[in-house]
Design a protein around this ligand. Sequence first.
Ligand code: PGA
Length: 225
Amino acid sequence: MKNITIAANWKSFKNVTESRNWINRLSVDLASIKIPPYVRLIVAAPFTSLYALKAENDKLQLPVDIAAQNISAFGPGAYTGEINAGMLGDIASWVIIGHSERRNYFHETEKELSDKVTQAKKAGLKVIYCISSPDMTVPEQADAVAYEPLFAIGTGKSDTPQNANSVILDIKSKTGHGHVLYGGSVKPDNVGEFLKETEIDGVLIGGASLDSASFSQIIIKALEI
Ligand code: PGA
């Protein structure tokens, strides 16, 4: 059985109370389900929710890794408003870097993204690095890659599992990275089709992860493949 990553990306949604409710509800929904060791669950939350989410997750003893959605390209210093990787060391174990929304709306450059990866690794964070095509650069130190075609993000129109599989094969051969997720309009009713493909090692889920019932459905479907 291949290792599978199922990652939620909440984007700019949920305050602290909503975040606590989400993970408590997930815990109820998954109470009778044993998450096998080949499945890794990640939730990428806003900075403001990370501490509360980590505390709740520890209390509930869920097998969920907490992730940030961004970090500063700089270390500690006079960078007003920035959250650096070292600040996340005890509340998150992963960080998403290079999401297309960061590239498009915040104009993050390849240099900044590569600096962010360097900062993340220095602080011991694991990195999910997002790209939208196989021609984009992936820093060597990334721990997982997410292929997220622009047409599929938040549109309800996913890529086909077959095309995603062949693009991911291409990404693996061009970058040398071995663990590549698909992201873009993944939902409970299509996740199984993606995960059945040989090269797709997991999914990164935005919209359909916001409701914990939908996210737990995705997990349950993933366990059925
Ligand atoms: P979506 O977002 O599932 O809402 O399409 C995926 C992502 O942007 O990571």
